[in-house]
Write a protein that binds this ligand. Structure first.
Ligand SMILES: Nc1ncnc2c1ncn2[C@@H]1O[C@H](COP(=O)(O)OP(=O)(O)OP(=O)(O)O)[C@@H](O)[C@H]1O
Length: 594
């Protein structure tokens, strides 16, 4: 089969599942409501490939908005596997990058956004200082600027239409604080992350020609993880799809909404799915989890959804581990007793197939310490990781490091893929064939000259930054934040012992096959493992003490997301005297179900 039609082969997997097939065959606005492991990403990617081939004529294309860069990568990789060629017809990225690269950067001036031509994305330090100045001017109250900043940003994301009375009436102080803060940013000639969708929305709302231009370029808009994307994206969808004529293909799961605390509003997905002009399809089979884990997950959620495991799925097991002592004692139990027992049960199980999930990064410190003491390698995806795992630039550099540490000999990763991903990262600079040739030469020369696993990581990164990243980022404003991550990491290495971490250590970080995964529950979303250990599932930790109703519901959904990451085994570890109400409830219900 030619590459162009690979998706038709992949579509055969969907045929036996009536709901997936209907989504694949849909012709109008379609919303796919899909529980964990139900194949929503698989269906979405196959449908994207089909729409691109059959419904949209080149040079028009389609845009797919995802929750974060990690999800964008996942979709890009699946599209690659389906043979979707990398022309400029497909946009895959976050709502922020869509707003910035497709609307604000190209049209800021003609859409009358009042930004200087050379506006920049503010660094974290500039944002913090701008907020402190705004805080001093508005003098909102006794708490710290940091706590006001969190609330102000949530307010900004929630009330996106400043023309409506709610903007000022709901909380006049927060409205004033936001406006003063934004004015401070503009005085520096900068915008911040949250500005991007808001500015894009304003540009679209005020300029009919811009909506027309966007619909001409992207007649189809796909949205993944809709429940987590918030009000700005929803308003954009309403304007572009239900007024300007883009066709919508949206995917999400209200039960997996875990970002309400920063302004996501799962109800928007529900409302979308209830519209008369939308075909709503629900997927009911969970292809990931064993049948007992599917049952447990519904108990954990506290709602019956009628999901079932696929035919022939193994049963799966839930284990409860109440343990006396401190959380450090429980971490040592996990590493010293539980892990060997798990590995004993599953011959050949790689550590990368096991994940330890917890509510906050500090709980991960306990496990990381215990693992380090026992000589077990870990890979962390939480706020205390060496750097944010979501950073595309860092992930690309990791892969470059793998190449320098022997990949050049084994062909894993292939240089062609490094060039491809680099071109994608720096796409505003490496725009045409000539640019690609120059970029390829630059990359090959640099990596070839740095093939030494024992080299100092600090020096290697500093060289990569000076030779490749900085010159590129100076011309790609969208990557300013990514480079900040890199610069901060280089500074951290320098403040420690610059020679202490070798390139070989860094190249191993990205390859988790033999490393135990440590992650917050939030960062585990969308991932899957054979065995999941939920660590510190105590009342007061999940949920936190005295939760508000909304917080309690969101904590429950977080618990649900954790359980549904597992294919074969779920382990719950908690203090003997303080099990979370979710754990106690689950144990009782499972006992009752026999
Ligand atoms: N029709 C199908 N037949 C067989 N396997 C399938 C089918 N649909 C999906 N799967 C498999 O089920 C697993 C989960 O699919 P996918 O990652 O697309 O789920 P998801 O709905 O995005 O999950 P989550 O919301 O939990 O992240 C994958 O391994 C996928 O290949």
């Amino acid at each position: 089969m030619s590459d162009r039609f690979l998706y038709r082969g992949a579509a055969e997997d969907l045929r036996a599942n009536d709901a997936q097939w209907r989504a694949y065959e849909s012709t109008g606005h379609c919303v796919l409501l899909a529980g964990p492991g139900s194949g929503k990403t698989k269906t979405l990617a196959t449908k994207l490939a089909r729409m691109l081939d059959e419904d949209v004529e080149a040079p028009r294309g389609l845009a797919c908005i995802t929750y974060n860069n990690e999800c964008a990568r996942e979709i890009e990789q699946r599209l690659d596997a389906l043979g979707v060629s990398r022309s400029g017809r497909v946009f895959v990225g976050t709502v922020h990058s869509f707003s910035l690269t497709q609307i604000v950067l190209p049209y800021a001036r003609s859409a009358g956004l009042g930004l200087p031509d050379d506006f920049e994305v503010a660094t974290e330090q500039q944002q913090r200082q701008a907020f402190e100045r705004a805080y001093n001017r508005v003098a909102p109250g006794p708490q710290t600027p940091a706590s006001w900043r969190f609330r102000a940003n949530r307010y900004r994301r929630t009330y996106v239409n400043r023309g409506r009375p709610e903007w000022r009436e709901t909380d006049a102080t927060l409205a004033a604080l936001v406006e003063t803060y934004e004015a401070e940013l503009r005085a520096l000639g900068t915008v911040d992350f949250d500005d991007m969708p808001l500015l894009a929305l304003r540009a679209l709302a005020e300029n009919g020609w811009l909506r027309t231009a966007l619909v001409a370029k992207y007649p189809i808009l796909a949205v993944d993880e809709y429940q987590d994307l918030g009000t700005a994206l929803h308003s954009m969808v309403l304007g572009l799809c239900f007024r300007a004529g883009m066709r919508l293909f949206a995917v999400g799961d209200v039960d997996q909404s875990i970002y309400g605390f920063i302004g996501a509003a799962p109800d928007l997905l529900r409302r979308l799915s209830e519209r008369d002009d939308v075909e709503t399809i629900r997927l009911g089979i969970n292809y990931r989890c064993g049948s007992r884990i599917v049952t447990a997950s519904e108990y954990a959620l506290g709602e019956a959804r009628g999901y079932r495991a696929s035919d022939g799925a193994p049963e799966g097991t839930i284990y409860f581990h109440p343990k006396a002592g401190t959380s450090a004692d429980r971490a040592r139990f996990l590493v010293g007793e539980l892990l060997p027992a798990i590995q004993g049960r599953h011959a050949g199980l790689r550590l990368g197939e096991v994940a330890v999930l917890y509510a906050t990064a500090s709980m991960g410190d306990e496990v990381a310490d215990a693992a380090a003491a026992a000589g077990i390698a870990t890979v962390r995806t939480d706020g205390n990781a060496l750097y944010p795992r979501g950073s595309r630039l860092m992930r690309w550099l990791e892969q470059c490091a793998v190449w320098c540490c022997g990949g050049w000999r084994t062909g894993r990763p292939r240089m062609a893929n490094l060039v491809e991903e680099g071109c994608r990262l720096f796409r505003d600079v490496v725009a045409d064939e000539d640019g690609r040739v120059v970029f390829r030469r630059l990359l090959v020369e640099n990596l070839w000259a740095h093939r030494d696993a024992a080299a100092s990581l600090h020096d290697w990164l500093a060289d990569m930054d000076a030779e490749i990243v900085r010159p590129m980022v100076e011309r790609v404003r969208t990557l300013a934040e990514e480079r900040e991550t890199l610069v901060a990491f280089i500074a951290r290495l320098h403040d420690g012992d610059p020679g202490a971490m070798a390139l070989g250590d860094f190249s191993g970080i990205g390859i988790g096959a033999d490393r135990l995964n440590l992650s917050t529950l939030h960062s585990a979303k969308g991932r899957e493992f054979d065995v999941v250990v939920l660590f510190e599932m105590d009342e007061g930790k999940l949920p936190r003490n005295n939760p508000l109703q909304d917080e309690l519901r969101e904590a429950r959904r977080l618990f649900y997301v954790g359980i549904t990451r597992a294919r074969k085994e779920v382990h719950l570890i908690y203090g003997m005297q303080s099990p979370s109400r979710f754990v106690a409830d689950l144990e009782q219900r499972l006992a009752g179900s026999g």
